[in-house]
Design a binder for this molecule. Structure first.
Ligand SMILES: [Fe+2]
Length: 296
């Protein structure tokens, strides 16, 4: 599968590039030099010239297509994950040894959470009143996987974040994951007492910016912002380590194993068996294929 070129790709965090510094990164197979001059201006150098760069939403971005078409307005509004009053954020990055589309498939099917992530999933069986509502929405090119779980045993992450440390045994949980082409995702997740409005319980909003390094490796940048225990550095570290452990220790080995099994074969040509929970991932694949086709 080719890459979408007329798009912004995250290449790092601003604090990784001090004034006067240079940093190397490979994007879509192309080695780039990220530069910041003495006055603080960010720019990107490629082997055959400059590439448009952008510093926005607490991240550094590069445009990999026609420079004349570079348009900052094409970057979705991720201002919710910037530092803002009443919220605090943690961020990190990792390298996934797989095609970036496999990472998107995984993020758009959160039914994997209960099987793969002890800290993010629920370890107990749900009570009889448990209800799950899963649906898909598309707005323009953005595809959202909506998961609403009512009377779900409260997971470890929300037990940690619940104010005053008194989490209910079961809660209503939501996890709405929105994908923007080519490989940017935003997750709104939270828990409340059963039937209560969203402000009742903790919310975590996360972004997942996936930047293909090569056809088989992906830079994975993530930011998580929360509205509980905002001044608590120990909780911040628990959240960061919990998310990093899930991505690095649980998702990455599984996705890398899929990459190895597929061995370069095309996803759709392998005629995969589709489950209802695969709807959003398949929709996103089709939107992206269409956009890449239109670029040719
Ligand atoms: Fe996961």
């Amino acid at each position: 599968m080719a890459f979408l070129r007329n798009a912004w790709y995250c290449v790092g965090y601003p604090e990784q590039l001090a004034a006067g510094a240079m940093r190397s990164i490979t994007v879509l197979g192309e080695p780039l030099a990220l530069l910041r001059d003495g006055a603080g201006a960010f720019s990107v150098q490629a082997p055959h010239g400059a590439r448009p760069g952008l510093e926005r939403h607490g991240a550094l971005w590069v445009w990999m297509g026609e420079p004349a078409q570079a348009d900052a307005a094409q970057l979705p509004d991720f201002s919710m994950i910037e530092q803002r009053p009443g919220w605090t954020r943690v961020h990190d990055q990792l390298l996934v040894r797989a095609h970036y589309q496999l990472v998107i498939d995984n993020l758009l099917d959160l039914s994997h959470v209960n099987y793969l992530h002890p800290f993010l999933g629920s370890r107990e069986a749900p009570p009889p009143e448990f209800r799950a509502h899963i649906s898909l929405e598309q707005a323009g090119h953005a595809v959202t996987a909506i998961t609403e779980l009512s009377s779900m045993p409260t997971n470890g992450l929300f037990q940690l974040l619940w104010e005053r440390g008194t989490p209910p045994k079961v809660s209503d949980m939501r996890a709405n994951m929105r994908w923007y082409p080519p490989s940017m995702l935003y997750l709104d997740t939270g828990a409340t007492h059963v039937g209560a409005p969203r402000a009742d319980g903790p919310t975590i909003e996360t972004i997942h910016w996936l930047t293909p390094e090569t056809e088989t490796t992906t830079h994975y940048f993530w930011v998580a912002t929360r509205d509980r225990w905002v001044g608590d550095a120990a909780i911040s570290e628990q959240v960061r380590a919990g998310i990093d452990g899930a991505f690095r220790g649980e998702d990455e080995p599984m996705i890398e194993a899929i990459q190895r099994q597929m061995g370069g074969r095309d996803f759709f040509e392998m005629k995969p068996v589709m489950l209802s929970t695969d709807g959003p991932a398949v929709r996103a694949r089709r939107v992206l294929m269409q956009l890449i086709e239109e670029e040719r």
